[in-house]
Ligand binder design. Structure first.
Ligand code: MLT
Length: 398
């Protein structure tokens, strides 16, 4: 009999968004006449911009001719895409090199797979509430997690506690699920803490393109010292609408090095390269062609048009909550709106209440951690018509 990884027994039966999909499908089956609106999973609804679409078509055409045909690509990603990302960062005032950029099929895979590089016995610090992948992927490896509270008391931005030592720290800013964003000074505190503790920050910037406040950092590498203590994950899912197309990237600085127990210097960039070239054959050529276009000035302008549309949805949802005197967070530099469940309801109860009485799907805060027990997340990624319809239903119900 094979010995199974029994750490899986410690996980919830299904992943948060699969659990929600199961409940919604059951409801739809039992209520086929109801029009259910999903403001749950952060899935985009607008089509890709024409710049990206043209590049995707070019990619397909390249594969149709012997002279331009592409087989296996570099596991690290095509240079044309890595350079486009380097240029995008440069335009945002951050210097990285193409050698530091690794292309993948999305930030979810990379944030989950990164755990391959760490041994046992690390103190892993994760904010609560949090994107569930950080927790579940560590639990699959039998790792213990130390949670740090993110709550109204700290505006959902956990800060380092000098009395707690950590080896690995997860930070997501703009935050999923709360929409809270760290400023420079706050991220500098984290970088200083990581350097003092010889720790590493795993920084998820999947929502950076939603930051419109020019004073807020869009990358951990905007902070001095971060190249010695941080890895950054980002994705085209929310930036460029690639939830279906699939493409992401991870930046592992060449300066990021630690000493092994036997005194050998280990480069995280070299380790990640080794990991990816062993277990990954690269993202598709066609998708990388499209992705590179998203990072050009013209491509990004189109992405930003879509983001502006979603942010208007967020504004409309926020207006409704304001009118109802419901306290909420996010929705300004983020696509997510995080609010207190009315009447102190528990979030899964509120989920059922909204689904049964207004046919609106949201995400229960409890799915992101215990500090989300009385909170609820709505996304602004719906289309305008559905978002307005959902707001009308909320107006009637709440
Ligand atoms: C979410 O809704 O939290 C995100 O869509 C999940 C993801 O990006 O994997």
């Amino acid at each position: 009999m094979p010995k199974l990884n029994e750490n899986y027994l410690n996980l919830k039966e299904s992943y948060l968004f699969s659990e929600i999909a199961n409940r919604v499908n059951k409801y739809k089956k039992e209520n086929p006449d109801k029009n259910v609106i999903s403001l749950g999973i952060g899935d985009v609804t607008l089509p890709l911009g024409s710049e990206v679409i043209d590049a995707l078509h070019e990619g397909v055409n390249d594969l149709s001719k012997a002279e331009t045909f592409m087989g296996y690509g570099p596991e690290h990603g095509y240079m044309f895409l890595r350079e486009a990302i380097v240029d995008y960062y440069k335009r945002n005032g951050v210097d990285i090199t193409a050698e530091e950029v690794f292309i993948s099929d999305g930030a979810k895979s990379d944030t989950g797979n990164i755990t391959d590089m760490f041994g046992p016995g690390n103190v892993i610090l994760i904010p609560d509430p949090t994107y569930p992948v950080y927790v579940d992927s560590n639990m699959m490896n039998g790792r213990e997690i130390t949670y740090m509270d993110a709550s109204e008391k700290n505006d959902f931005l956990a800060m380092p506690d000098k009395n707690v030592h950590a080896d690995i720290i997860y930070i997501c800013s703009p935050n999923n699920p709360t929409g809270a964003v760290y400023n420079h000074a706050q991220l500098k505190e984290w970088v200083d803490y990581a350097l003092e503790n010889d720790a590493i920050i795993l920084f998820d910037s999947a929502y950076e393109a939603f930051i419109s406040d020019p004073d807020l950092p869009r990358s951990i590498f905007a902070i001095e010292g971060a190249k010695k203590c941080a890895i950054e994950f980002c994705s085209l899912s929310k930036t460029a609408g690639f939830t279906g197309a699939r493409c992401g990237y991870t930046i592992v600085p060449e300066d990021l090095k630690f000493t092994s127990s036997t005194g050998k210097e280990m480069s995280l960039n070299a380790m990640w390269n080794r990991r990816q070239s062993t277990k990954f054959n690269g993202a598709s050529y066609i998708v990388q062609k499209g992705a590179a276009k998203a990072f050009t000035k013209e491509g990004m302008a189109q992405c930003q048009e879509n983001i502006a549309y979603y942010k208007e949805n967020a504004r409309l949802i926020a207006e409704c909550l304001k009118e109802k005197n419901i306290r909420f967070y996010g929705g300004i530099n983020s696509p997510y709106i995080w609010f207190e469940c009315p009447n102190n309801m528990e979030s899964w109860d509120f989920f059922d209440y909204l689904l049964n009485n207004a046919q609106i799907v949201g995400t229960p805060g409890a799915g992101f951690g215990k500090n989300g027990t009385h909170y609820f997340r709505l996304t602004s990624f719906g289309n305008r018509e559905n978002t307005i319809e959902a707001i009308e239903r909320l107006n009637k119900l709440l």
